[in-house]
Design a protein around this ligand. Structure first.
Ligand code: ZN
Length: 213
């Protein structure tokens, strides 16, 4: 097929118009996207999390299969596509640890920071995460690493009072705030990167000389 010059110009002008309209609509859509602003309150009633962690499988367990704040938190975490940063004082909740492992096995870059005092305590999931290859770093100085936040895909921050423990999830009054406000996400990300460097294993010094005497 061959075009005369005027016809060719018309085709090109049409294509350019389509392209600019498409870009304009994309821009408008992006601007109109509603910001993510959500708050979850705990305790969450005890319920089965299999519908979230193993979707498609029918679970015969006797627990109620209702949607709870924990289910919502798990769904948010499992939505990560590229990266997950977890910076949480204690992690003993098996469903939350399973969500982290699922992301790790899916190829999502997972990094965990936790407090050294509770990592090896009964029920802690940190050892489980490490066994599966998740990189975990921890504090080694005075004062707890007491944060409780996570960052998804460098675009959503999840923060609040909630430790990722069974007691906090099912017994305590806790709050979790979720936001994709980039000012907040960036601040939390910078704090994570700062701690990640500070807790580099190359600098660990568990048994300073004065303790060995
Ligand atoms: Zn069940």
């Amino acid at each position: 097929m061959s075009y005369s010059y005027p016809a060719l110009w018309k085709v090109l002008a049409g294509a350019a118009l389509c392209l600019s309209l498409e870009m304009m609509f994309r821009c408008i859509r992006r601007r109109r996207r509603r910001p993510l602003r959500e708050v979850l309150f705990f305790p969450a009633p005890l319920s089965c999390t299999e519908p979230v962690l193993s979707p498609g499988l029918s679970c015969p367990c006797p627990l109620p299969h209702t949607d709870t704040a924990l289910c919502r938190l798990l769904r948010l975490l499992l939505g990560a596509q590229r990266s997950l940063e977890v910076c949480v004082f204690t992690v003993s909740s098996q469903p939350l640890a399973r969500a982290v492992l699922q992301l790790h096995h899916r190829g999502v870059r997972v990094r965990v920071i936790s407090d050294s005092d509770y990592m090896a305590s009964h029920g802690s999931q940190i050892g489980v995460l490490r066994q599966e290859g998740v990189v975990v770093r921890h504090n080694q100085s005075e004062g707890y690493m007491h944060h409780k936040f996570a960052i998804l895909d460098k675009s959503v921050v999840i923060t609040g009072s909630l430790n990722w423990t069974v007691q906090a999830v099912h017994t305590n009054k806790e709050n979790v705030l979720i936001s994709d406000d980039q000012a907040y996400v960036q601040a939390y990300l910078e704090e994570f990167e700062r701690l990640w460097e500070e807790y580099d294993p190359a600098t660990y010094d568990f048994f300073p000389e004065k303790d060995q005497k």
